[in-house]
Design a protein around this ligand. Sequence first.
Ligand code: TRP
Length: 452
Amino acid sequence: MTLEPQKRTKFGSKFGVVAAAAGSAVGLGNIWKFPYEAGQHGGAAFLLVYILCVVLLGVPVMLSEFAIGRRAHANVSGAFRKLTGNNHWIGIGLLGVLTAFLILSFYFVVAGWSLEYVAQAVSNNFVGKTPADLSVAFTDFTSDTYRPLFWTAIFVALTAFVLLAGVEKGIERYSKVLMPFLAVILILLSIRSVTMPNGLEGLKFLFKPDFSKITPQVMLSALGQAFFSLSLGMGCMITYGSYMRKQNNLLQTAVQVTVVDTIVAILAGVAIFPAVFSLGINPAEGPQLVFVTLPGVFTHMTGGYLFAILFFLLLAIAAITSTISLQEVITAYISEEFHLSRKKVVAASSLLLMIGAVLSSLSLGPYSSLMINGKPLFEVLDFVTSKLFLPFGGLLIALFIGWFYKADDIRDELSNGGKLKSRFFPIYLFLMRYFVPLAILLIFFNELGLLR
Ligand code: TRP
């Protein structure tokens, strides 16, 4: 029974769809990036703006991406051509493919770090080290020339392997089993962290907002982090939407994915900040925060040896379900638009991504020529994608849905052809038409200082 002209893969069960999309969303963004962004941007003030962005912008944009993908049954760029019959909007897709490349160029590096930390945990390397020692060890490792690249290469290869195994048998199967595991470990870590001396200070930092800390910079960071963490603004969820079935409930899926993603980020915060205050670590320490704080917690906990191994292993797993989704954007685009086999595309893109990752990893070491404006390439890639390209992509998607694409068609898609109630639809349309674009523009302008 072929429903589609070209036979495209599909996700299997309903739970599988949620697991795959949540697998994409839950990743280093939640556990590595969220805590350090929150740490640098005022803790609870950041969390508050972040949650507003997630609810008011994240959910509607995710819903739109799912709908665009499922209606078109095509890759991120082809989807816009199919829906409009012309090429005017395919730029959103091209920007998305470029963004996937740029994100993966630093994401693969951090994913590699998580493997190194598995190895360190196995060889019991954290014991007896002070936070200062752990911080030095982290910097030594990440600024090394070869060691991070070794792990990055392994991670790139693992991702390619799953991508070749296909969407349903690869991505879906693993996500379903392993993600709940991560949540359990985070809960155990949170309990240990909160009960450390002075741990409550950390909870206050995370949950008691100081409104004066909400600056334009905090708002842009929270916006970018919301898009990054929910995998939005570059067509990742368009691509995954294209593998969904007609009977999947898109709103329900979007809400479930968002809730899971947000809970994991907050749990990571609860696991980290109490320990940060207890161990006397600076919350604004940056990208090394998780890699320094949590090893410190493990050494203070019964069974810490085992928990450390498990935690970094699961972090790597959370990362791989995300790298897969990012590279799938590239793979689906090139293989469909240029009629190349998945095998060839995965091989070629992996090679290219490895080059990107080598450059961004080396930029953290002694290769000062890889600096842009005095910042390592690694940081620049992160900044440009999270704070510019993703929100900009979200803005374009909002303009497309709100002002260009026919509202009836989108309603038809979201209600599965009228089978589901669409009471929420007017609110959704209002958000996409006015609120999302205005909020993104205001945050951009505000950051640029144009509103003062
Ligand atoms: N959301 C993932 C994380 O939090 C990363 C990710 C996967 C992503 N796909 C994406 C980020 C698409 C932006 C766009 O780790």
